[in-house]
Design a protein around this ligand. Structure first.
Ligand SMILES: [Fe+2]
Length: 260
């Protein structure tokens, strides 16, 4: 199967992702080996610390990445990962963000070092995105719950029309047991729309491990579910269409014999 990766820090020397162009080239090779055909470059944008000039610089760097990626037959789209802090409303007002190219989707994240904040710093910020005609894609939802994922809260996000993204690194256990359990629980509950790599490096754990994640997940989830999460919904997003919900019915035997 081919994959579309809508979350990755492939653009170099611009955030905590790829340090150099050489690293970016290596990461593109890894992406290729993982059957990734299309990438959305999503550098971090931090409201309060980025200017319009910075946004232009980020876009220029993504354009350079596009050229490099074409040599590997990988198509790159422009995007960002907007950090939703107390300055984010001002950033939204001043165009200090980059929606996914040609679409009204915007990848947004909260602070992964903390438990998900209160209504006025989570739902209110997501609403600020929504009222501007944009659809938030909530990045790596599984990472904001240090104890156990709040299923009802994620359901509310979906009912509001938001897209839920989970990381391959979480599913592969890079961020610990709780985050891994949260990620699987979200899939089991049918509360995930997209799986993406959140690639930061060209070696180690935070590389584009899409094929590896697919191989692990295929032991317990049907092909059509994984195709929805790793190809169809990402494609819907790039075509500015609505995403599909998944309906997970795990087979008894798969459940019995799968160890996480
Ligand atoms: Fe990210």
């Amino acid at each position: 199967m081919q994959f579309i990766d809508i979350h990755g820090h492939y653009a170099w020397d611009i955030d905590d992702g790829m340090p150099t162009q050489e690293d970016a080239i290596k990461a593109l090779h890894v992406a290729k080996q993982n059957n990734i055909t299309t990438i959305v470059a999503t550098p971090h944008v931090i409201p309060g610390s980025h200017t319009l000039e910075d946004i232009k610089h980020i876009k220029d760097r993504i354009n350079e990445l596009k050229e490099l990626a074409l040599k590997n037959n990988i198509t790159v789209y422009q995007g960002c990962e907007l950090f939703l802090n107390h300055d984010c409303i001002q950033a939204l007002q001043n165009d200090l963000f980059i929606p996914f190219e040609g679409t009204s989707y915007l990848l947004a994240e909260f602070d992964v070092r903390k438990e998900l904040g209160s209504h006025d710093e989570v739902e209110d910020y997501l609403y600020e995105i929504e009222v501007r005609g944009l659809t938030p894609i909530v990045a790596h939802v599984e990472r904001y719950f240090k104890d156990e994922v709040d299923i009802e809260r994620v359901q509310d996000f979906i009912e509001s029309g938001y897209v839920i993204q989970v990381n391959t690194s979480s599913l592969l256990g890079v961020h610990g047991k709780t985050v891994k359990n949260n990620a699987y629980r979200l899939i089991d509950e049918g509360l995930v729309h997209v799986i993406a790599t959140d690639t930061h490096r060209c070696e180690g754990h935070r590389i584009p491990r899409m094929q590896e994640a697919y191989d692990v997940l295929s032991k317990q989830y049907d092909y059509h579910i994984l195709k929805t999460l790793m190809f169809d919904n990402p494609l819907h997003i790039l075509q500015n269409e609505a995403v599909e919900d998944i309906e997970v019915k795990k087979s008894f035997f798969k459940k019995l014999f799968t160890r996480r």
